[in-house]
Design a protein around this ligand. Structure first.
Ligand SMILES: *[C@@H]1O[C@H](CO)[C@@H](O)[C@H](O)[C@H]1NC(C)=O
Ligand SMILES: [Zn+2]
Length: 935
């Protein structure tokens, strides 16, 4: 899946009872099928979350008929029939097949495909917790024989964003309903009975019945389309070509009246689907333009042809994740696929191209070759997250997009992986069993740390050797399943074949990054030549929650320069080593971890830090742009951990008064944001605002001269930094800025038919104007939000409305998040999080989350991204003993409801609050003094 806000349906007994109850009003359960609550854990196979290895599916024939009109009771449903052919591997008198929230409308039928007859069905029991249908037979199935199981069923086409679900929108005043799917990780079983594990690959024959006015698409190409009459209703029956052998979680089927545009690249058909209005407005064009080149790029990179005859990509109005890599039919939320030349920003464009590259990368890595079980999810997602930059760079070579990896992924995950409550990339297979445990894996560690260590690996092997190992891995394992060490073996072969020199095997090196959590800080003492490594913990008083078989030591590849001269890679293999080369003579200086290709932080002796600070202020071009950002980020975090003085960190921002590059600025603003969170309710706030305001003045003037706030700066990252200049100048009260912004917004309010605010600047302008304004501005923004037809524009307004400063406006806005007619379910938690990031909104959001916990949890608790984001978001400002007490109280009060995929986030919040309390106590005075007299 692509990163993004991820909400999946709740998985729990309450939801099931409700669904079954609702459905049984329309269709009676056949007598032979009973629903028994699962009892205490036991060794019965149906009480275990993993399928037994007794049966192996070969092919499925699935026909589904979603109803896009509600039935007389107001319920949206789908009906279906499915037959699965499976081989008996080990003799058994039990068929366990996943089935969740499906109502069998006729008793299942078992037939034998071999010579001996099929045993009779004795009893069928549904197990809602483990999500099985258990079919007990009178006699055993015979090993080596094949059988066919036929089922007819009915399910709810609900709006819960999981399994087969519905999405709604209005077009020309008419309500439109889409039937669509999100199977990953465990919801294919909500669409039809299936062996729903990634290693249970099979060939799928999909048929959809639908209204003749709609179109149906699925993983395979359409091979037949006829109108038929079923139960007195005229429907179109669309049949799709058999899929390749694939995992259930990659299935997709969609019925809609979407429009599409297409392009043929050689024999490959590429199509982009979306709401007709969006397609007619040209919003799919950018996606169509970049898809072909990116597919071609990956064909070359993987050295394996794209395995399917077509690639469809669909933008959905309601979608839980950012996107989903279903094989041949990729689904997206609208902001991740649609782009409007006039209205979308360059950030929106970057998101589209990177998410497309991510999902296309999965078509091979993940889809063609699939990890055996979810415990290895980090390799699947980490890999796609790393190579999405390569694919996007190929499509937009002028952007230097690969550089941004350091800000977007490395720095982002460092913040989490430096906590004692972090966790290793790799989990044990037997520890990941339930849907909740699987969902919880979709986190920042999986995506961003996974990507960071693979980037490090690719860097020290060289991209060519990395690609070679990857190519043989994909070729060797195509259409089957692997464990992550299979990739290490193929990379090792590439290393051996090319004579690449490594101090250890690929596996020995990578084990330390994959099996133990966290990362090291490497300290280089340029006076003595000592190099040491230590597990980096943000709160030095904590101890890691778990032991490590490697004692929290790593094999660290250190790239470094001595006074701008690149040196050979240094491998740190021990806790402490001595190297004369790292000693300094005269005015030399050492810089390590060039371009942050290594997943570690770097510290130096005070003298080398001083020399680096001097270089930053006098000749910063001697230090690569990425490392200017790194020096700031390392210094701030080392200071937070008490390893260097806080004033040293603050001094790394002094050179910004002449810096115009985006990466150092963004890194500084990220880190200063923590100071704002800790201090914007204290006396530090005033002097801090003055300092930051002084630093940004030059940048604001620079962009005024360059663009006069009319032109778009030529460089991609310059466009980002123009936004920084504007938003920081305005938030620190620079009058030239606030006047500019309020004037623009006022003009728009005076004539809502023309919005002349530049696309890139809109987020910043809307936020500043709404913060400076009141009810009138807010209500105007709300009207525009409701009217907007470009999802990216809607998102900007939605975020900006959280910038209001009147508590009642924010409270009303919080209430809106409970009403899906106002704020779509997919956007609810991110809206609450935006409100919490506003100093006025934070306590309101916290009260709101506490008051509505049960509702929020049952609506969004099964998901992952958004849910841990929510908990982290509403608590990130916490820094007083009173807030800590409230947090612990919250944990105790709601233990009976649970925290689902936010469980770890809650622990991390408690740990972070404790660290914040100590940090503020220790540093407030020094920070105040420094801001009063910065030097
Ligand atoms: C560091 O990154 C910059 C910008 O992408 C690049 O030009 C430079 O070659 C890189 N340096 C090294 C040593 O790889
Ligand atoms: Zn992914």
């Amino acid at each position: 899946m692509g990163k993004g806000f991820y909400i999946s349906n709740t998985v729990g007994i309450i939801g099931i009872v409700l669904a079954v109850g609702a459905l049984s009003t329309i269709t009676a359960l056949p007598a032979a099928i009973t629903s028994l609550p699962t009892t205490e854990p036991s060794i019965e196979p149906w009480d275990q979350f993993r399928l037994p290895q007794t049966l192996s599916p070969q092919t499925y024939n699935v026909t589904l008929w979603p109803r896009l009109e509600p039935d007389p009771t107001g319920l949206y449903i789908f009906t279906g029939m499915s037959s699965v052919v499976f081989t008996c591997v080990i003799e058994t008198d039990l068929i366990l097949i996943h089935s969740n929230k499906l109502n069998m409308t006729n008793p299942p039928i078992l037939t034998a495909l071999g010579s001996s007859p099929a045993p009779a069905i004795a009893l069928i029991v549904m197990h809602p917790i483990t999500q099985y249908m258990a079919i007990h037979l009178t006699e055993k199935l015979i090993a080596g024989e094949s059988y066919e199981l036929y089922t007819e069923f009915l399910g709810e086409l609900s709006d819960d964003l999981g399994g087969f679900y519905r999405s709604e929108y209005y077009e020309g005043g008419v309500k439109k309903v889409v039937a669509t799917t999100q199977m990953q990780p465990t919801d294919a079983r909500k669409a039809f009975p299936c062996f729903d594990e990634p290693a249970m690959k099979a060939v799928f024959h999909i048929t959809l019945l639908h209204d003749p006015a709609t179109i149906a698409i699925s993983n395979g190409v359409e091979i037949d389309k006829v109108d038929i009459t079923v139960d007195g209703t005229l429907v179109t029956k669309t049949t799709f070509a058999a899929t390749e052998s694939m995992s259930t979680y990659l299935l997709a089927f969609i019925v809609s009246d979407f429009g599409f545009i297409e392009q043929n690249i050689d024999t490959l058909q590429v199509r982009i689907f979306a709401r007709q209005d969006a397609i007619n407005a040209g919003q799919g064009q950018y996606a169509l333009n970049v898809t072909g080149p990116i597919l071609k790029f990956f064909e070359t990179y993987y050295n394996v042809p794209y395995p399917l005859p077509k690639s469809d990509q669909v933008a959905l109005p309601d979608f839980s994740a950012g996107a989903m890599e279903n094989w041949g039919l990729i689904t997206y939320r609208e902001t991740a696929l649609l782009y409007d030349e006039e209205i979308s920003s360059n950030e929106n464009k970057e998101r589209v191209v990177t998410v497309i590259a991510h999902e296309l990368a999965h078509q091979w890595f993940g889809n063609l070759v699939t990890l055996k079980w979810w415990n290895d999810l980090w390799l699947n997602e980490g890999f796609a997250t790393y190579v999405e930059y390569l694919g996007a760079d190929n499509a937009e070579p002028d952007w230097n997009i690969k550089d941004l990896f350091v800000l977007n992924d490395v720095h982002r995950v460092f913040a989490i992986d430096a906590l004692a409550s972090s966790h290793p990339l790799s989990s044990k297979e037997e520890e990941i069993l339930t849907p909740e445990q699987i969902n919880e894996l979709f986190d920042t560690i999986t995506y961003s740390k996974g990507a960071s260590v693979l980037r490090m690996l690719s860097s020290f092997l060289t991209e060519a050797v990395f690609a070679q190992g990857l190519q043989t891995y994909l070729d060797y394992f195509k259409f089957s399943n692997t464990v992550y060490t299979d990739l290490w073996e193929h990379l090792q072969t590439a290393v051996d074949n090319t004579g690449t020199s490594l101090p250890k095997t690929v596996r020995e090196i990578m084990d330390r990054w994959v099996l133990q959590m966290g990362f090291p800080v490497v300290t280089i003492n340029t006076a003595t030549g000592d190099i040491t490594q230590e597990h980096f913990l943000l709160d030095p008083e904590t101890k890691p929650d778990r032991p490590s078989e490697f004692n929290y030591e790593w094999y660290v590849p250190i790239s470094w320069t001595k006074k701008e001269v690149e040196q050979p890679l240094y491998w740190l293999l021990q806790k402490t080593e001595l190297s004369d080369k790292m000693k300094i003579i005269g005015d030399e200086w050492i810089l390590a971890n060039i371009n942050v290709t290594g997943y570690y932080r770097v510290n130096y002796d005070t003298e080398n830090w001083q020399r680096l600070l001097n270089v930053l202020q006098t000749s910063r071009q001697s230090i690569p742009i990425i490392n200017r950002a790194q020096l700031i980020d390392d210094a701030f975090n080392l200071a937070k951990a008490g390893i260097v003085e806080t004033t040293l960190a603050l001094r790394t921002t002094l050179f910004l008064d002449s810096e115009t590059e985006y990466m150092p600025w963004e890194s500084a603003l990220d880190n200063l944001n923590y100071y704002y969170l800790m201090f914007d309710r204290t006396e530090v706030y005033g002097p801090m605002q003055t300092y930051v305001g002084n630093q940004v003045k030059h940048l604001f003037d620079y962009f005024t001269t360059l663009t006069n706030w009319e032109d778009v700066p030529p460089g991609h990252t310059d466009q980002y930094n123009q936004v920084n200049a504007l938003s920081v100048a305005c938030s620190t009260g620079l009058e030239a800025c606030t006047t500019l912004v309020t004037t623009w917004f006022q003009k728009w309010m005076n004539d809502p038919t023309v919005n002349l605010i530049k696309a890139n600047l809109r987020s910043a302008v809307y936020c500043s104007a709404i913060a400076a304004g009141g009810e009138k501005e807010w209500d105007f923004a709300w009207q525009e939000f409701e009217k907007a037809t470009v999802a990216a524009e809607k998102d900007k307004l939605r975020a900006a409305m959280a910038c209001a400063t009147e508590p009642w406006l924010l409270n009303r806005y919080l209430e809106y998040t409970l009403d899906p007619n106002k704020i779509r379910k997919q956007d609810a938690t991110s809206t609450i999080t935006s409100i919490a990031s506003n100093v006025v909104g934070q306590p309101l959001a916290w009260d709101f989350v506490r008051a509505n916990w049960e509702y929020i949890f049952t609506q969004y608790g099964g998901g992952s991204f958004s849910f841990s984001n929510l908990i982290n978001g509403v608590t990130k400002r916490f820094s007083t003993p009173f807030e800590l007490e409230q947090l612990i109280q919250f944990k105790n009060d709601n233990a009976h409801i649970g925290f689902g995929s936010g469980t770890q986030a809650l622990e991390q919040s408690i740990e972070r609050t404790q660290a914040n309390i100590k940090w503020v106590e220790k540093n407030q005075q020094a920070v105040l003094d420094w801001f009063n007299n910065p030097s």
